[in-house]
Ligand binder design. Structure first.
Ligand SMILES: C[S@@+](CC[C@H](N)C(=O)[O-])C[C@H]1O[C@@H](n2cnc3c(N)ncnc32)[C@H](O)[C@@H]1O
Length: 449
């Protein structure tokens, strides 16, 4: 290992180096150790990987990691073709540095020579990898030569989607839609806002586009904290599809609503802004702190409870929203790490918890009260099949179909049972950067009186 002192000296002479070292280390944390992208760049993670980095370097490291994860399959296939003998075992972690270099060369607006030079310097910093600095140089230079062909031949489904997910999506949605989902996942996500009130006025003030669903889609590059209305708590960031489930509950002022799995509070804020008396429940005290901070900025109120929903005891609610934990495959555009950190076996464990949460929602909603169940997953086990199973096992529950007028007239995001099923290629736009929706499932139910 390089001493901290030699790293510090190198970094002083080569200002771009710390961001590349951090990016390479974080690729390892995510791909090999299964940490999430959000966790790696959260405030708590800073001392471990990002300590001492200037905000500009943290932003660059994040761009490298995000671009690299979004196109990981393409990068790995290209590197494998150039490394016919693979990487030497003692220097296997050079892969992270090569991935970071390749992400810059293929997908970021970074000068090629900087990407190569800094990857070579990073390799020289460690005794185990130093003998292979020449190999790093040769591989990345060959990558530059082959760039056009690599990009032209890169297929979203074959290369940038893990095979098990690609196979699932083909089976569920057919070849064409599976391809469209994979292609949409490679695009940068849009920046959508939910406003407390008067979306037309705020769309105008923020120079954004008012979507048929009522969300505002922005094109600005101004940091969100500097935009009008942020400090005043007039709006919050929330994907346009994620904003739909809470609206389907049709809350009226004073209604007692249980938000099951509430943190960090995007949907709870919608319910509270609509005048509901919200009880926000989540088992993560840490994430509920974020909800509390968000609510403070938005000047909204909710009663907050740290609890496991499965064993929750509470007086009955007028309505319940269940935003259950899930595989989150509908949000790969925003969280490209999900494609590589989730495993096929996760679905069975998650769908068992989802079923128990649904049963709890039925138990804790008053007779005649409504439940909206949602997940940001495009896997049917966590959506359509979950509701079909609940309706089979509990005759006291019925579906209340969602009408197109409740989702901005977007018939294509409703299925034949009147459930919401949005997918990343939905909501196309004249400009690619304004297109797309997170993949969400939502069903509205009523506990029979
Ligand atoms: C999809 S997120 C919720 C997002 C939130 N509703 C929003 O709109 O901002 C799922 C949440 O479920 C919580 N969670 C997972 N398992 C839980 C359980 N057994 N009981 C309570 N909360 C749970 C997680 O801590 C996480 O905050």
């Amino acid at each position: 290992m390089a001493s901290a002192e030699s790293q510090r000296q190198e970094a002083e002479h080569h200002p771009g180096l710390p961001a590349r070292l951090a990016a390479a280390a974080i690729f390892g944390d995510i791909i090999a150790k299964g940490h999430s992208l959000e966790e790696c760049f959260s405030a708590g993670a800073i001392p471990a990987r990002l300590g001492g980095l200037a905000p500009r370097d943290v932003a660059l490291a994040r761009s490298i990691v995000t671009a690299g994860l979004r196109r990981l399959g393409t990068i790995r296939a290209a590197l494998a073709a150039l490394l016919d003998k693979g990487l030497p075992r003692q220097a296997a972690h050079l892969e992270w540095s090569l991935i970071a270099g390749a992400a810059q060369i293929l997908f970021l607006d970074v000068p090629d020579h900087a990407a190569v030079d800094l990857a070579v310097r990073a390799a020289r910093l460690e005794s185990k990898t130093a003998p292979f600095a020449g190999l790093v140089n040769a591989v990345l230079r060959n990558l530059i030569r082959g760039r056009e062909k690599i990009l032209a031949e890169s297929d979203p489904l074959e290369h940038d989607t893990p095979p098990w997910l690609g196979a699932r999506w083909r089976k569920t949605y057919g070849d064409d839609l599976a391809f469209a989902i994979a292609r949409a996942n490679r695009a940068e996500p849009t920046l959508d806002l939910t406003v407390k009130s008067d979306p037309e006025l705020w769309a105008q003030r923020l120079g954004g586009r008012l979507l048929p669903t009522g969300s505002i889609r922005l094109t600005t590059h101004t940091p969100v904290t500097e935009l009008p209305g942020f400090a005043e708590g007039e709006w919050w960031i929330q994907d346009a599809a994620a904003a739909l489930p809470a609206r389907l509950l049709g809350v009226a002022p004073g209604m007692r609503v249980g938000d099951f799995c509430a943190a960090p509070g995007g949907k709870a804020a919608q319910l509270a802004a609509a005048g509901a008396d919200v009880t926000a429940i989540d088992r993560s005290a840490e994430r509920l702190k974020r909800l509390a901070a968000n609510f403070e900025r938005l000047r909204l109120h909710a009663d907050v409870i740290v609890a496991d929903i499965v064993s929750l005891k509470a007086p009955p609610f007028d309505a319940v929203l269940v935003d259950a934990p899930c595989l989150s495959t509908g949000t790969i555009r925003r969280h490209p790490d999900i494609a590589w950190t989730k495993k096929p076996g996760d679905i069975a464990a998650l769908s068992a918890i989802q079923a128990r949460m649904l049963d709890k929602a039925v138990e804790l909603v008053k007779p005649g009260g409504q439940i909206v169940y949602c997940t940001c997953s495009i896997e049917p086990e966590e959506g359509e099949m979950q509701i079909a199973a609940l309706l089979r096992r509990n005759p006291d529950v019925a579906r209340v179909p969602i009408r197109p007028s409740e989702v901005g007239g977007l018939d294509e995001i409703l299925n034949e049972n009147g459930e919401l099923r949005s997918l990343p290629p939905h909501l196309p736009a004249d400009e690619d950067r304004l297109a797309g929706l997170d993949g969400f499932f939502a069903a509205r139910l009523v506990r029979r009186p």
